[in-house]
Design a protein around this ligand. Structure first.
Ligand SMILES: NC(=O)c1ccc[n+]([C@@H]2O[C@H](COP(=O)([O-])OP(=O)(O)OC[C@H]3O[C@@H](n4cnc5c(N)ncnc54)[C@H](OP(=O)(O)O)[C@@H]3O)[C@@H](O)[C@H]2O)c1
Length: 342
């Protein structure tokens, strides 16, 4: 290999997982030695440092995506630049990035970048891939804009120990709600109750979901279901709702694993109990980052808001397997894969 060459590994979609959870056979990692790219005006050449592992990556497996590179959120370091906004040596917080060791990013790829200068250096950079990144903004904005939480109400959060769930629970607690969560291991359930101050939590894998949720909600009834799963758990929530209950559907975890999506038989409760069911996606709301950081960063720094994250060390060849383990719930909190130090 000469000085003008690099070794680059890239992850491709080898097969589309149709109706099943993705497995190793759906990914292919290819490593090549290649010449450093010639940059066009406005482009940059970056070394990727950390990838945020997010369930939505499953959407990359859309029909027709076979042989495409897998795309996710990540941090990079600029090695060469023909763009005045990005300087060699600086890192930046970036929206989307292919799963590879190095990438060339053209002006049209740089739409959702956040320069590192605008973030708080007292917080670990990895937090900006999770609780202070797009995931945190999603929770903060969907709760403020859609959920309409009122003091004294009861909220139930599915996948409560995940990246979004843990922040949703703490914001709801701070607003004076009674907070119930579910997660897939006893360790996560204990974390919700003992560390995050949830009023009740249960293991949705080992307990009967209807019985456990009904017992946790009790005679007070349910007011808000913060839905990160989009399966038929919503049917239980509809039965337990008080009048004017709200379902805020933000996640699709059941779908990411090829599972059946919500099709509640008791949807008539929408009318009978005057329930509002609203979906939310963050992509139209990135202009809210500054407001979100202003309010939430001090709460993270003071320790009032807690979060757990799992930063896994590895290389591009480990991303697919780490992602699959993440989808199975093998890690605690926000999960990212770090290739090298920042
Ligand atoms: N609307 C938006 O703009 C937006 C933005 C960001 C994320 N999201 C979505 O929000 C959802 C949550 O994201 P996240 O990053 O916080 O993920 P996460 O909860 O950290 O996701 C991983 C966890 O999900 C749990 N899980 C997996 N399958 C499940 C199922 N069928 N039912 C219940 N739990 C399941 C597993 O934990 P257990 O051990 O508990 O099973 C796993 O550890 C995802 O669907 C994501 O795509 C939406």
């Amino acid at each position: 290999m000469t000085k003008s060459q690099i070794t680059n590994s890239r992850v491709y979609i080898a097969q589309i997982p149709e109706g099943v959870a993705p497995n190793k056979s759906h990914f292919r990692t290819v490593t090549t030695t290649e010449d450093k790219p010639e940059l066009q005006e406005g482009s940059i050449f970056v070394k990727n440092i950390l990838f945020s592992l997010d369930p939505y990556i499953r959407h990359d497996f859309a029909e027709g995506a076979k042989e495409a590179e897998v795309i996710g959120f990540g941090f990079s370091k600029v090695l060469e630049s023909k763009n005045p906004k990005f300087h060699v040596g600086s890192s930046y917080f970036f929206g989307t990035l292919p799963w590879s060791s190095y990438s060339v990013l053209r002006p049209q790829d740089l739409g959702e970048t956040f320069n590192i200068d605008s973030i708080d250096k007292d917080v670990p950079l990895s937090a900006y891939s999770g609780i202070l990144g797009a995931s945190g903004l999603t929770v903060w904005d969907s709760i403020n804009r859609v959920a309409d939480l009122k003091k004294g109400e009861t909220i139930y959060i599915s996948s409560a120990a995940g990246t979004l769930g843990q922040l949703a629970g703490q914001i709801a607690k701070r607003k004076g709600l009674r907070v119930i969560g579910s997660a897939g291991t006893d360790e996560k359930v204990a974390y919700l109750k003992n560390q995050l101050g949830f009023d009740a939590a249960f293991n949705y894998k080992t307990q009967d979901k209807r019985e456990a949720l009904t017992a946790a909600v009790g005679p007070q009834g349910l007011d808000v279901y913060y839905d990160l799963v989009f399966d038929n758990t919503v049917e239980i929530a509809l039965d337990l709702f008080n009048p004017h209950g709200r379902v805020v559907t933000v996640g699709l975890l059941a779908g990411h694993k090829g599972g059946e999506l919500a099709s509640p038989k008791n949807i008539v409760h929408l009318l009978l109990k005057q329930i509002r069911w609203e979906g939310y996606t963050v992509f139209e709301h990135f202009d809210q980052f500054e407001n979100f950081w202003k309010e939430v960063t001090p709460l993270i720094k003071s320790g009032e808001f807690k979060y757990t994250e799992s930063v896994v060390d590895g290389g591009v060849e480990d991303i697919a397997e780490t992602y699959l383990r993440f989808l199975e719930g093998a890690y605690q909190g926000k999960v990212s894969l770090k290739f090298s130090d920042f």
